[in-house]
Design a protein around this ligand. Structure first.
Ligand code: CA
Length: 234
């Protein structure tokens, strides 16, 4: 078995179609047709991944996602009919690992599912080896951030960062492989009460790119169009 997946989708035909495809791919599949049923299934059973429609009867998908993240964090890929940046950003802010806009090609959904499950395995492997990891140290490839010593280096070469650049890099590293919206980054780096230019986030990302990516010839700080920024080791 490849993993267990909960499909939360009120369009019966679509839910059935995804179920058939996933079953064919070797996943164990369960379905829920509204938000309430989804929450009760997700809280009573363990799923490796949840495909979650946003527009749902009873409780909408974003609310299901928020409650789930509070009570039982599980990787979620959002299915959204609305090609709205707001929904995607809200969904990613609420903890979704990815989203796909309907209508989608099943191959694309399958590819995103494989990535989400691979990342989940990687995260649990990291959790398992946590005692060996140095406390307060975050890494991404050869990049290393020591929050206790406030020290950043790449392959042993020290990188000088301002306070806000450091905070921005730390936030990105704490969420490695997860796309963070500009709003999220702005709140973390400048505080909730920040009044000023929102493109300040882009400015700090530019500084970090120049100090890390351009200096060491890597492409770690990546822009995800319409969604935000992510740091990745590949
Ligand atoms: Ca729907």
């Amino acid at each position: 078995m490849n993993g267990s997946i909960l499909i939360v989708e009120d369009e019966e035909k679509l839910a059935r179609f995804i179920e058939l495809e996933l079953t064919h791919e070797g996943y164990a599949v369960r379905k829920a047709a509204d938000g309430r049923a989804a929450l009760s299934a997700a809280l009573s059973e363990d799923f490796d991944l949840i495909l979650l429609d946003i527009m749902l009867p009873e409780i909408n998908g974003l609310e299901v996602l928020r409650r789930l993240q509070n009570e039982k964090p599980t990787p979620v890929i959002l299915l959204t009919a609305r090609d709205s940046v707001m929904d995607k950003v809200a969904g990613l802010d609420a903890g979704a690992v990815d989203y796909i806009t309907k209508p989608f090609a099943i191959e694309e959904l399958l590819a995103r599912i494989r990535v989400a499950l691979k990342n989940k395995v990687r995260r649990s492997a990291q959790d398992g080896s946590a005692p060996e990891a140095e406390e307060g140290v975050l890494t991404c490839g050869l990049l290393r951030l020591d929050s206790k010593r406030r020290d950043v280096s790449y392959d042993g070469h020290r990188i000088e960062l301002t306070n806000r650049e450091f905070l921005m890099l730390k936030t990105l590293l704490e969420n490695k492989d997860i796309v963070l919206s500009r709003d999220t980054l702005l709140e973390r780096v400048c505080g909730y009460d920040y009044i000023g230019e929102t493109n300040i986030v882009d400015v700090y990302v530019r500084h970090l790119r120049s100090k890390i990516d351009e200096t060491f010839g890597v492409k770690m700080l990546q822009t995800v169009r319409g969604a935000g920024y992510v740091i990745r080791s590949e």
